[in-house]
Design a protein around this ligand. Structure first.
Ligand SMILES: Cc1ncc(COP(=O)(O)O)c(C=O)c1O
Length: 378
């Protein structure tokens, strides 16, 4: 008896970054600069709030879209910090930003619908679009300093385009979209029957005062979906909680995907999430900014082409001058140079490696010294 599995599931590869981090881990003496999570701990007040909730037996089914007090806290936070006007009724508390991406994309995509993904991009987008039976369409940005060129976007639009994903600050480049980019994109998209999914998981980790997001174009409120996470700004990656914000009509359907999939985000972490929104992360931002400056100056001194990141905690460095594909380069760098960075191919762009600076000063210095020695040896 032969049973076939879901072709959409069979067709997607395992998460590449994890496999590469495993290679670094299993290489004795290797330093890894691969990880995509803060090397900090969750703030004490946040942990205390979860402990109190457990002791108070806040362990029963919560509201499907997240408890009202948390959605109210999120709405107030978004208004105060990010200038976004979303009603608590337009918010779903999800299992990480990943859950928000999945609920959002599953809600809007029909089989064969195209999703434009500016590359390099967070690798889960392509896989999630495929799982939703959509068609990912890469829009390369490496020749445009990792900005999305509005004319190129216009040319990529087809009758099948259902959505565009915009990630600023970006993983893996750390770049933020300029005001000029945003205005150009808005001009192209405002009259198109296309959703714009704004992944803002690094929004609270920016090193510029001029950060603006596409989500500010609320004349497109009915077509914008905002994906957010508690993971990165509050060192809460293991808590697995994020949220989706969308116009009520979209939210009403997205909650079907979310609630039939997971019922709800866990109850006793919700008071802790509300507490996290009060956390002042400016000292953490200052720490990451200092590291960004260090890593950027070291890499430019080595002669590697780098666009200065304005957010997140990654630098995407050019390595095409060494005449190898990024997987070969990074594999050799682990084996011969005992230092690991993530090959650009895992973000859909050849000729680069992603270096994370979620590491202490000594580790960063050691890792960068090793990169320098390795590239000199080539
Ligand atoms: C751009 C981007 N979006 C979404 C996510 C997923 O975040 P979460 O931990 O909230 O699922 C990540 C994680 O690395 C990311 O880099």
């Amino acid at each position: 008896m032969e049973l076939t599995l879901n072709r959409a599931v069979l067709d997607i590869p395992p998460i590449g970054i994890r496999a590469f981090a495993d290679l670094a881990r299993s290489t004795p003496g290797a330093v890894s600069l691969t990880i995509g999570e803060p090397d900090l701990n969750t703030p004490e007040a946040v942990k205390e709030a979860a402990k109190r909730a457990l002791d108070a037996n806040d362990t029963h089914y919560p509201e499907g879209n997240g408890n009202l007090y948390l959605r109210q806290a999120i709405a107030a936070f978004e208004r105060r910090r990010n200038g976004l006007a979303y009603d608590p009724e337009e918010i779903i508390v999800t299992i990480g930003a990943t859950g928000a991406l999945f609920a959002g994309l599953f809600t809007i995509l029909n089989p064969g619908d195209e999703v434009i993904i500016p590359t390099p991009a967070f690798s889960l987008y392509e896989a999630i679009v495929r799982l939703c039976r959509g068609v990912p369409v890469a829009l390369p940005t490496e020749n445009d300093r990792f900005q999305v060129d509005p004319d190129k976007l216009r040319r990529a639009l087809t009758a099948k385009t259902k959505a565009v994903i915009l990630t600023s600050p970006n993983n893996p480049t750390g770049c933020v979209y300029t005001q000029e980019t945003l205005e150009g994109l808005h001009r192209v998209l405002k009259d198109q029957p296309v959703f714009v999914l704004c992944d803002e998981v690094y929004r609270q980790l920016t090193y510029t005062d001029s950060f603006r997001s596409f989500s500010a174009y609320q004349d497109m409120h009915d077509r914008i979906l905002v994906v957010q996470s508690f993971s990165k700004p509050y060192a809460m990656t293991g808590w697995r909680v994020g949220y989706l914000m969308a116009d009520a009509a979209v939210r009403e359907r997205a909650q079907m995907v979310h609630q039939y999939g997971v019922v709800a985000a866990p109850s006793f972490i919700q008071p802790a999430c509300a507490e996290a929104l009060n956390y002042d992360n400016s000292a953490d931002v200052a720490l990451f900014r200092r590291r960004r400056d260090y890593v950027y100056s070291r890499l430019t001194e080595m002669g590697l082409p780098v666009e200065k990141p304005e957010g997140a905690f990654y630098v995407f460095a050019g390595i095409s001058q060494f005449g190898m594909d990024s997987l070969t380069f990074c594999t050799r760098m682990v084996r011969e140079g005992l230092v690991a960075a993530v090959p650009g191919c895992y973000f859909g762009t050849e000729g680069y490696m992603r270096i994370s600076y979620c590491y202490g000063d000594d580790e960063l210095r050691d890792g960068l010294n090793r990169i320098q020695r390795f590239i000199r040896s080539l």
